[in-house]
Design a protein around this ligand. Structure first.
Ligand SMILES: [Mg+2]
Length: 120
């Protein structure tokens, strides 16, 4: 079973993503900030990571940078309420930058595509 790490500081949103991704057939582990996210990245070796940008302790850009220094391959999705950081080169190290929406279908499709490749 493919393992997804969700790093998101808002509990309600974090749990929502978790439920939705479990329904899609993934094992899901969650972290509430960048510090915890980094620890789980090291310990759990997930197949994909989704990262929120605005979080306490260590924000999403710092976390992305820290992970990419060690792992250039693992698929990473930035999933943020704010589109403004698409212009920030720090976020270009992510495979995908999605703006949060109440409709999670695009999010779930990207997770699938990045783990399994494009479906033909
Ligand atoms: Mg946040």
């Amino acid at each position: 079973m493919k393992k997804v790490l969700v790093v998101e500081d808002e509990t309600t949103i974090r749990n929502l993503y978790k439920e939705e991704l479990i329904d899609e057939g993934y094992e899901v582990i969650t972290a509430a900030d960048g510090v915890e996210g980094y620890e789980l990245f090291k310990k759990e070796q997930p197949d994909l990571i989704t990262i929120d940008l605005k979080m306490p302790n260590m924000n999403g850009i710092e976390l992305l940078d820290k992970i990419r220094r060690e792992d250039k391959i693992i698929p990473i999705i930035i999933y943020s309420a704010y589109g403004e950081f698409t212009q920030n080169f720090s976020t270009w190290a992510a495979d995908e930058y999605l703006v949060k929406s109440s409709d999670l279908s695009e999010f779930k499709a990207k997770v699938k595509e990045l783990i399994f490749g494009k479906q033909h």
